[in-house]
Design a protein around this ligand. Structure first.
Ligand SMILES: [Zn+2]
Length: 357
């Protein structure tokens, strides 16, 4: 019986992952919008949302995003890497073939860029930089301008091909994350929260807006800085304030590093930052889970209790939760809170030494 239900890894039962399949179907709309730009429905969209929004895929500015239908907002997220799991995959697979901004002279392509206004002197330097960059692009004689789906040998988008691309992305990028996430030694509550963050399910203001819960929101701006949209990646990693938390935290462990801006890569980067010796690694990973959880608690406190962001307070919360959890979960971790705050790095390594040395 057991044999009967065994599944070969990576093959499954052949049942489609509906979430991915829907994304691939949504991509088809996006592809048609680019490749049939003269059809009536695309012209209608251009008149509603503007030319730039249609070319860039929805997320040009928050107003355009807000007034759109849920279909339009989903399309926007398809093209924007900042908005969680599997988002932005479409734009990464599409390239533009351009031939209307220059001409062939004796078999050599010359760029002829027409500007709407005459350029200032200082802008000329920027144009030269641009020309240097575009010179690297080799154009093919006789090819029509258009859009190219790079994942297909004929350059054309198909749902079948996009589904394969998405499946690979899930397997390659996320299989490792999930495996490491679920085997971590933190309470289920923290694992579940991290998992929601991985799949773009934490109710940040942008996620709420995307689901259509805009009416109840005062704004979609980040609760910490109030300057940029509150996507998951922004709130937890790239916001200048949460970034300062990560930097402060790492400095306590003597680590100075530029940090990745998405959940998955931040998680993997943390995994490698403090060595991977088995005896203290689970303790080190505990700190990652506690940090994202604490950032979320602080963010909610700011919104619901109208408090404000203070780096020292956030660090205190992270220190306290980490110390509580490490004391409860790891035998031999018997340091006082003061010892922990004073030198967390040596607490973790000394503790491992005592346990296993
Ligand atoms: Zn922010």
């Amino acid at each position: 019986m057991e044999r009967g239900v065994q599944v070969k890894r990576g093959r499954g039962f052949g049942v489609k992952n509906l979430g991915l399949f829907n994304l691939a179907l949504l991509g088809k709309w996006r592809w048609r919008m680019l490749s049939s730009s003269e059809s009536l429905w695309v012209k209608v969209l251009r008149s509603i949302y503007g030319v730039e929004a249609v070319v860039r895929g929805g997320l040009v500015d928050v107003e355009c995003f807000k007034k759109g239908s849920s279909w339009w907002r989903d399309l926007g997220c398809l093209c924007n890497r900042d908005n969680g799991f599997n988002k932005g995959w479409f734009n990464e697979g599409v390239q533009r073939r351009v031939g209307s901004m220059g001409e062939w002279r004796n078999g050599v392509w010359c760029w002829l860029l027409n500007w709407r206004m005459s350029l200032f002197l200082w802008e000329q330097d920027e144009v030269n930089v641009l020309l240097n960059k575009v010179e690297e692009v080799s154009l093919v004689h006789g090819n029509e301008d258009g859009w190219l789906w790079v994942n297909d040998k004929n350059g054309t988008y198909s749902v079948r091909n996009a589904y394969k691309v998405l499946q690979n992305e899930v397997r390659n990028d996320n299989y490792l994350h999930y495996k490491r996430l679920w085997t971590s030694m933190v309470p289920s509550k923290l694992k579940c929260f991290a998992w929601r963050l991985f799949v773009g399910g934490v109710p940040t203001r942008m996620n709420l807006a995307r689901r259509g819960n805009i009416g109840s929101l005062p704004s979609t701006l980040c609760a910490f800085c109030g300057e940029l949209e509150e996507s998951s990646d922004h709130l937890f990693f790239t916001c200048s304030l949460s970034y300062s938390v990560w930097q402060k935290l790492y400095s306590l462990f003597g680590i100075y590093s530029i940090l990745p801006s998405s959940t998955g890569s931040n998680f993997l980067s943390h995994w490698h930052l403090f060595g991977e010796a088995k005896n203290f690694h689970q303790q080190w990973m505990t700190i990652w889970f506690v940090t994202i959880w604490s950032l979320w608690l602080v963010r909610n406190k700011i919104i619901f209790d109208e408090s404000s962001f203070h780096l020292d307070e956030v660090m205190f919360i992270i220190n306290l939760h980490s110390w509580n959890l490490l004391s409860a979960r790891f035998k031999g971790f018997s340091f006082s809170f003061l010892e922990w705050v004073w030198n967390p790095s040596s607490c973790i390594s000394y503790n491992s030494h005592r346990l296993y040395g």
